[in-house]
Design a protein around this ligand. Structure first.
Ligand SMILES: NC(=O)c1ccc[n+]([C@@H]2O[C@H](COP(=O)([O-])OP(=O)(O)OC[C@H]3O[C@@H](n4cnc5c(N)ncnc54)[C@H](O)[C@@H]3O)[C@@H](O)[C@H]2O)c1
Length: 382
C-alpha cells in the first residue's frame, strides 16, 4: 500500500514509517519540525539527538534498501498538503501531525491558540485533501483515551447505545477532556465524524493511551534510527519520565495521590495497532473507533514498577508525591473496553519487570546527559 504519514518526524511517526516501510509499503513522511522547534524554544531537549528526516530516510535506505519519501511543510498549509496528496497518491493516511502535549496547551494564550489552530486546521485539511483527491483514501487518525476523561461508568469503544425516555440510539461516547490539548482531540473526532456522515469518508480514530518505550525492532540498536525521547514536564509521558528520574537520582514525581489511572501501551504496540487499522479499513461512510492501549495502571503502579526494576539494575529509587499541577481526579473509577484491536490480532507487549529494567539500562548509558532542571512540573492548570 501507499501510506502517507503526517507528523513523520515525531516520537511515533518515525518508528511507524520504518515499521510500515519494512513491511513492504511505499511510505511518504511529512513534517514541519514543529516538535523540534518547540523543544528548542522551551529548552527541553530530547535525551537522544535525532538526525533530520532527510538524513534518517537516507540512513534507513542504506540499512534496509527501502526508500521513504520526505516532504517538509505544514499540514495546516492546505496548498502544500494538496500537492503532497496529488504527488504521492496514498491509499491510507496516518495523521499524527498535531501538537501532542497537554501541558504545552496549558502554558498560556499563545500556546493554547497554536494548539487549537494547528490541530483543528490540520484535521480539516486532511478531510478536504482526501475529498478533493480520492475519497476512498482511508484516514487513520490518532486520538487519545483522554478524550473520554474519567467518567464514573465503563468507557465503551467510541460509541454507546443509549435508551432515553423509551427511545434508543447509538451515539458517540460522552467526552470530557482534562486539558485544552485533549479538547482539540475531541473536536477532531467531531470534525471527522461530521465529514464521514456528510461526505462518506472512511475514518479510523484510534483513542490511544500514553505510550512508553524507546526501542522498536526496526531501530535494531542503531542510534541514527532512534526516535525523539523527551523526559521533561512538557513533552515527556509519565513512564518515560519516571525512567529518567530514576536514573538521575531524582525522586519520582507522583502528582498528588497518584491514583490517576489510564490505559498504557508500549511504542511497539502503537506500530502494531496502526498497522492493523490500515489492514482493516473503515468502509465508505464508516467511522471506526478503537481504544488503543494494552494495560491500565495508576501513577502509583508505574512508580512502584520502576522502583522494583531499579533494584534489578542496582538503583535505589525514591518516590515522592508533589503538588498536582493539573486539575484532575486523583482517585477514581476507570474501566475502559479495549477488545477491538485484540480482535484484529494485536499481540500485547506487556510491562514486565524486564522491559522496565531494559529501559533503565539504556538511559543509564546517557546518565551524564540528563538535564535535571527540566524534570519538575511547572505548568499549572489554573
Ligand atoms: N505519545 C503519546 O503518548 C500519545 C498518546 C496518545 C495520543 N498521541 C497522539 O499521537 C500523535 C503523535 O504523537 P507523538 O507523541 O508522536 O508526538 P510528536 O510531537 O513527537 O509527533 C507529532 C509530529 O507532528 C509534527 N507536526 C505537528 N504539527 C504539524 C503540522 N501542522 N504539520 C506538519 N507536522 C506537524 C511535529 O513536528 C511532530 O514531529 C499525536 O497526534 C498525539 O496527540 C500520542
Amino acid at each position: 500500500m501507499r501510506v502517507l504519514i503526517l507528523g513523520g518526524d515525531g516520537y511515533l511517526g518515525w518508528p511507524t514509517a520504518m515499521y510500515l516501510s519494512s513491511q513492504g509499503n511505499e511510505v511518504c513522511v511529512v513534517d514541519n519540525y514543529f516538535r523540534r522547534f518547540a523543544c528548542v524554544e522551551k529548552d527541553v531537549p530530547s535525551l537522544f539527538d535525532t538526525p533530520n528526516l532527510f538524513e534518517r530516510a537516507r540512513h534507513w535506505q542504506e540499512v534496509s534498501g527501502k526508500e521513504i519519501m520526505v516532504r517538509i511543510g505544514s499540514v495546516a498549509d492546505y496548498p502544500f498538503l494538496l500537492d503532497v496528496f496529488h504527488e504521492f497518491k496514498p491509499d491510507a493516511v496516518v495523521h499524527y501531525a498535531e501538537q501532542p502535549s497537554a501541558p504545552y496547551s496549558m502554558l498560556g494564550h499563545s500556546e493554547a491558540r497554536f494548539t487549537l489552530e494547528n490541530n483543528l486546521l490540520s484535521t480539516l485539511n486532511v478531510a478536504y485533501a482526501v475529498k478533493e483527491t480520492d475519497p476512498s483514501i482511508h484516514i487513520v487518525k490518532l486520538g487519545t483515551m483522554g478524550e473520554y476523561g474519567t467518567p464514573n461508568i465503563d468507557i465503551e469503544e467510541g460509541f454507546i447505545d443509549i435508551e432515553h425516555k423509551g427511545r434508543k440510539d447509538r451515539l458517540l461516547f460522552p467526552r470530557q477532556a482534562g486539558s485544552l490539548y485533549h479538547t482539540t482531540k475531541i473536536q477532531d473526532t467531531d470534525l471527522l465524524y461530521f465529514y464521514v456522515r456528510v461526505w462518506g469518508l472512511r475514518v479510523t480514530d484510534l483513542m490511544q493511551g500514553p505510550v512508553y518505550g524507546i526501542f522498536t525492532e526496526e531501530m535494531g540498536g542503531d542510534e541514527d534510527l532512534f526516535t525523539v525521547f523527551n523526559y521533561d514536564e512538557i513533552f515527556g509521558t509519565v513512564l518515560n519520565r519516571f525512567i529518567v528520574q530514576a536514573v538521575a537520582g531524582v525522586p519520582l514525581t507522583v502528582y498528588g495521590k497518584g491514583g490517576q489511572t489510564r490505559g498504557y501501551l508500549n511504542i511497539k504496540d502503537t506500530l502494531q495497532c496502526v498497522g492493523l487499522a490500515i489492514a482493516h479499513p473503515a468502509r465508505k461512510g464508516e467511522m471506526k473507533i478503537y481504544n488503543q492501549f494494552t494495560e491500565t495502571f495508576s501513577v502509583n503502579d508505574l512508580a512502584n514498577a520502576v522502583q522494583r526494576a531499579g533494584k534489578d539494575v542496582g538503583i535505589d529509587v525514591e518516590i515522592k508525591s508533589v503538588p498536582n499541577p493539573r486539575v484532575e481526579l486523583e482517585d477514581h473509577y476507570y474501566n475502559p473496553v479495549h477488545t477491538g484491536l485484540l480482535d484484529l490480532g494485536l499481540e500485547p507487549t506487556l510491562l514486565t519487570n524486564n522491559i522496565v529494567a531494559k529501559m533503565l539500562e539504556s538511559v543509564i548509558r546517557r546518565k551524564d546527559e540528563i538535564r535535571r532542571d527540566i524534570i519538575q512540573p511547572k505548568t499549572q492548570w489554573n
